[in-house]
Every structure is written in C-alpha cells, then in structure tokens.
Design a protein around this ligand. Structure first.
Ligand code: PLP
Length: 415
C-alpha cells in the first residue's frame, strides 16, 4: 500500500466487503469501536435468542426432560462438529467442554500416555501463561518429566524437538505478538522424531481457516469466547485425531466421559469416541449462547474471512505508521499478513496509559504486560472505517499527550 488512503477510498472498501452484512447480526454498542474481539467476542441476536429459549422454555418449562427433549445431552458433540468446520476437523473428533486450561491438561496428559518411554514436554516460553502452568501440573504427576522451553532452552522451538520428546505444546497464534506458526511444518517436524503435538487454537479458531486434519494434527484445544463470540466464559473445545481415539486416555475420568453414564456402574469404562474427553455436567446456558454464535458461522466463507482479516490489519499497520510516526510506537506483530493472526500489537513504553486513554475515547483494545497495546480485528463485525476512526483517535491521543493524565496510570485487576 502506498500513500495514505482517503476517506472515500476507505468507504469504497466497506462497500465492496462481502462480509459487511454479517455486522447487522451483532450487538455493537453505539459509539464504540471494539477492537478486543480477540479477548471477548461481541454478543449476537442469535446468541440472545438461544439463551432466551433455553432459559424460558427448556429450563423453565421442560425442566429435567430437556436433557433429552431439547438435546442438551448431545450438545457438546454436536457443537464440537460445528466447530470442526472452522478448524478443519472431520466430525467425531471435537467436543465442546470445560475450559481451555482444563483441556490443555487433558490433551497433554493423554499425549504423554501415548509416548510412555519419553519424558520431555516442549513448549514456548512466550506461550499464553495458563498453557505453561498446566504443563507444569501435568509434569508434576509424571516422575522424571521435564519441560523444555523455547526462548529459554533454545531460541527456536524446532531445536528442542528430538526423540526424547513426548509432546510439543504450541500456540497457533501467539497471544501477544500475533505471530502465526506453520501448523503443517511443525507437526511434521515433531512426527519425524515420533513426538506428538497439542495445538492451542485460542487465537485462530474463528479468526482464520485452520486445517487440523490436513496438517495431520494429533490434539488441539481452544476457546470459544474470543473470535467465535460464544460469550464470557463460554465452554472450550478439544480435538483428538481419529487415529488416537482408541488409545488416548484423559486423566479426568468423570461420568460424562463414561461409555454408559446412566448405567451407574462401578468402575470407569471410557466412551470409545470423543465423548471420553468430557468430564462432568456441562454449563448448558453457556453452551446455548455458543450454539447461537455457531449458527451465525454457518454462513461464513472462511477464505473471505481471512482475506478481510489481512486487509483490515494491513490497513491498521499502514495508517498507524503513517499518521503516528515519531511517537515511539514499534510494530510487534509480523509485517507479512500471511504470518499474522487477526490482531496487531505495538510496543510503547507508556502502553498501559495509552490504552486507557483510548478506551475512554471509545476505542477498546487491550494492554498486555509489560509494554504492548493489542488490537483485535474480527472480520465479522469490524469494518475499514472503524480502522480509520480508531487510528484517528490514537493519533489525537499521542499528539495531544492526553494519555499523560495521571488517572490513566491507575491499574485495574483485569487488563
Ligand atoms: C485465552 C487463552 C486461554 C484461556 O484459557 P481459559 O482456560 O479459557 O482461561 C488459554 N490459552 C491461550 C493461548 C489463550 O489465548
């Protein structure tokens, strides 16, 4: 892109946007530019509709009967298959359940069990912290298990993968920088030495097309409250490749993973399929909001989504660098759109205060310690003019030094 596009050019981009009609299905508060769908996606009319129906009719009137009559019991696997379309997983390999943290634990533990002679878990030092905390938890249950970290034990993850490695735990897109890993190449690198891979898709599910089956992936986990727009604390998902389903064992052997949960037998006998990766009773109201969100996804062309995501993030980088030059912002995300998720991060020594000033002016992104301002671009409801307007506010905050107001230095618990 050369030169700064004018407003007419930006409006033409919105007019030509094939995903533009999707925006009307979402609940976008007046006066906000919401660039934080990578932390919590926005509500939709479909999610409200499902929540209302589940609460009033199914819970209110159907009561206990609704486990059967409203399909509550099978919902985790049905929604799992719908997510499968977004992540390149054929049916029967994905179940919606628990949280990403818990699913990391289950997947890592199962992978270690499939590689009994090996005791190394490889992960990224720059991973989303909960993944590492859970890896520590898994290692603590396996005598002799060790963690090798990219950025600590070697600069690149590939250098850490040898035939002592049981499993590699890796974020498909880094939560902070937005860097996108090559799933196929890294999976192959691990398989070449007999290791397995757990992919964390929190920042790719619903953000870009993923092809787990095509990459010959082993396990994957991810959340649904970010780009998928399932709602705050919506249940996560776990994927286990068909070829591992017979052998893989997960440690949280609760009754929902049992082959016959309502036989009330003594002794655990795991379901032969993906249901085994469930543990206990699921939060049905949360799951119903997610069902609404996933209904919206049925009409989305993932290639068009990716194309728009790259165009939005390219435009943002271009405008920020053109209009906010000289104010100390440094691009932290890959410049090449093909190597980037659907977010853009900049470093700045006053990142926290700048983000608070932006939020007060109605541009919501987030801050990640120690010095990152992060902006998520969700192609379903963000347009090119939103990008233009957000950069204008950022430019004004930097030029006027509005962020220097002391109230913007006060830290909240959740950033
Ligand atoms: C958001 C995120 C999580 C969140 O885990 P929860 O169990 O839902 O709190 C985990 N991993 C990554 C990479 C994330 O981005």
């Amino acid at each position: 892109m050369s030169g700064i596009p004018d407003l007419a050019a930006i409006e033409a981009m919105d007019a030509a946007d094939v995903l533009r009609p999707m925006r009307d299905r979402f609940v976008l508060p007046e006066g906000l530019i919401y660039l934080d769908g990578n932390s919590l996606g926005v509500a939709s009319a479909a999610a409200y509709g499902e929540l209302d129906k589940a609460a009033r009719d199914e819970w209110g009137h159907g009561l206990i009967r609704s486990w059967n009559t409203a399909g509550w019991f099978d919902m985790p696997v049905e929604l799992g298959d719908q997510i499968g379309r977004l992540i390149g997983a054929a049916p029967g390999q994905t179940v919606v359940t628990d949280t990403t943290s818990i699913n990391v634990y289950k997947a890592l533990h199962a992978a270690m069990g499939l590689r009994p002679g090996r005791n190394v878990i490889v992960a990224e030092g720059g991973s989303f912290p909960t993944d590492l905390y859970m890896a520590e938890g898994v290692a603590s249950t396996r005598p002799g298990a060790v963690l090798r970290l990219e950025g600590v034990d070697a600069p690149a993850i590939e250098e850490l993968i040898d035939d002592s490695v049981a499993v590699v735990l890796v974020n498909h897109v880094n939560y902070k920088s937005g860097e996108l890993r090559d799933m196929k190449a890294l999976t192959k690198r691990a398989h070449d030495v007999g290791a397995l891979v757990v992919w964390d898709l929190c920042h790719t599910a619903g953000a870009l097309p993923v092809d787990l089956d095509g990459a010959n992936a082993d396990f994957a986990v991810g959340c649904t409250y970010k780009y998928i727009n399932g709602g705050p604390g919506a249940p996560a998902f776990i994927y286990v490749a068909t070829r591992h389903l017979a052998e893989a064992r997960q440690p949280l052997s609760g009754w929902w993973g049992h082959a016959r949960p309502f036989a009330f037998e003594q002794g655990y006998a795991g379901d032969p399929g993906i249901r085994r990766f469930q543990c206990g009773t699921q939060g049905i109201l949360s799951m119903r909001a997610l069902k609404g969100a996933l209904d919206t996804w049925k009409d989305v062309d993932m290639q068009a989504l990716r194309k728009k995501s790259i165009a939005l993030t390219d435009l943002f980088i271009h405008l920020v660098e053109a209009k906010c030059a000289g104010f100390g912002l440094k691009l932290e995300s890959p410049r090449d759109g093909n190597k980037r998720g659907s977010q853009v991060s900049f470093e700045h020594e006053n990142a926290y205060a700048i983000m608070q000033a932006l939020i007060e002016r109605g541009v919501i992104g987030d801050f990640r310690a120690p010095a990152t301002i992060r902006f998520g671009f969700t192609p379903l409801y963000i347009g090119f003019k939103d990008v233009w307007n957000a950069v204008a506010v950022l430019e004004d905050i930097l030029r006027s030094r509005a962020w220097q107001d002391p109230r913007f230095a006060v830290r909240s618990a959740v950033t």
